[in-house]
Ligand binder design. Structure first.
Ligand code: ZN
Ligand code: ZN
Length: 380
């Protein structure tokens, strides 16, 4: 009964952020498109204006959508179908996907699942891909990690991307959609045609990660932790119980396990002098070695994260020593180091760990639950 009550309450938390299994993604909007070709690649589409259905299109048919000074003009085979302030191209078949082509953008050719909304805007056309959440998740997984990781890995990346999407649906509400298609939200370049990724998104359909209060977690991840992950409060201000520093031997000897960098000694010393008052001057002479990750350099109030930002370092996990004219840094890992280590997780997947075991390894004390189960409890 207690569990049911929990899930019942938490459903409303979810329902505030997403109303259905469809999500609105702003696509190609930074490219400022004013004209493009819409082609039906599978299924069937209908063009709707605010007054109702205008026309249907079968697979293989295409239309040109153009921004004029006051409206959106739609043409097919050279003849005008109408002028509108906004249009919806809605998939009517069981499986629908379309292509966006644009000569304006170096013959751009992008494929997308499901529906497209286009609206008139003062400078450009605003494009929104209204898409089934799991179709979107599959596209994001390919854009974020490519096709190389082991099959099992795609499942956990799908769960992370789904969790992130559902907890960030407010990011672009002022622009009329949930998330954008760039790294500001999550990279998304449209539909994936890679079956291992499509399968991973479908096999984990609806699965999200929640904390002990059944709230979606901050599913932080990075490329390589260098052998030890970082507590969330050492990079950001918030301490989250599931983002704890853990030892990770799975990511050693990988592409992003180590790095080196040389910095001019004058720049280094000036920054340290300006950034901190309490670092003993002698302590930065010669070698510095830290066997474990820490938030601050030696006993100072200078955070490694500030050094990383200032000198554009790959990670906050490094040793250094001074040479005559430079400081030599020998670093480990790539990224902020909080949460899931991607190269470690890929190695675990390759060794036969399941997506659930891997997620629980990097996010301690979380739960993987199904959004559909929450629906069920709502009906109950
Ligand atoms: Zn964004
Ligand atoms: Zn790692």
């Amino acid at each position: 009964m207690i569990l049911r009550l929990f899930l019942f309450i938490s459903f409303f938390t979810f329902s505030n952020v997403v109303s259905a299994e469809y999500i609105n993604i702003g696509i190609l909007n930074s490219k400022k498109i004013t004209e493009f070709t819409f082609s039906v690649r599978a299924g069937k589409y209908a063009l709707f204006s605010s007054k109702g259905k205008v026309k249907e299109f079968n697979s293989g048919e295409s239309i040109i959508i153009k921004r004029s000074s006051t409206s959106i003009s739609v043409y097919q085979n050279g003849s005008l179908l109408g002028n509108f302030s906004k249009i919806n191209l809605m998939g009517l078949g069981w499986y629908n996907h379309f292509m966006i082509g644009s000569e304006q953008l170096d013959n751009l050719d992008r494929r997308y699942d499901d529906n497209l909304k286009v609206s008139f805007n003062s400078a450009q056309l605003t494009l929104i891909n209204n898409i089934d959440l799991d179709n979107y998740v599959a596209g994001v997984v390919e854009a974020e990690v490519g096709r190389k990781p082991p099959k099992e890995y795609f499942k956990l990346q799908a769960i992370i991307c789904r969790t992130y999407a559902l907890s960030n649906t407010h990011k672009h509400l002022y622009e009329g959609y949930n998330l954008c298609d760039e790294v500001h939200c999550q990279a998304y370049h449209g539909k994936t045609f890679f079956s291992n990724i499509v399968d991973a998104a479908m096999q984990t359909r609806g699965a999200v990660i929640v904390d002990s209060d059944i709230q979606l977690i901050t599913a932080a991840f990075h490329s390589n932790c260098g052998g030890q992950t970082v507590n969330s409060e050492d990079v950001w201000t918030k301490s989250l119980y599931y983002l704890r520093s853990i030892e990770d031997t799975f990511c050693l000897n990988k592409r992003n396990s180590t790095w080196e960098k040389e910095i001019d000694i004058g720049m280094w010393n000036n920054y340290i002098a300006s950034a901190t008052a309490s670092l003993p001057k002698d302590s930065i002479k010669g070698a510095y070695y830290s066997p474990v990750r820490s938030k601050y350099l030696l006993n100072s109030n200078l955070a490694f994260e500030d050094l990383r930002n200032k000198f554009k370092l790959r990670s906050t996990f490094f040793n250094f020593y001074e040479d005559n004219s430079s400081v030599k840094l020998m670093g480990r890992g790539y990224g902020h180091g909080v949460g899931l280590c991607q190269e470690g997780a890929m190695e675990m997947a390759a060794r036969g760990y399941t997506y659930s075991e891997i997620l629980h390894y990097y996010y301690s004390g979380v739960h993987i639950i199904d959004l559909a189960a929450l629906d069920f409890f709502k009906e109950d």
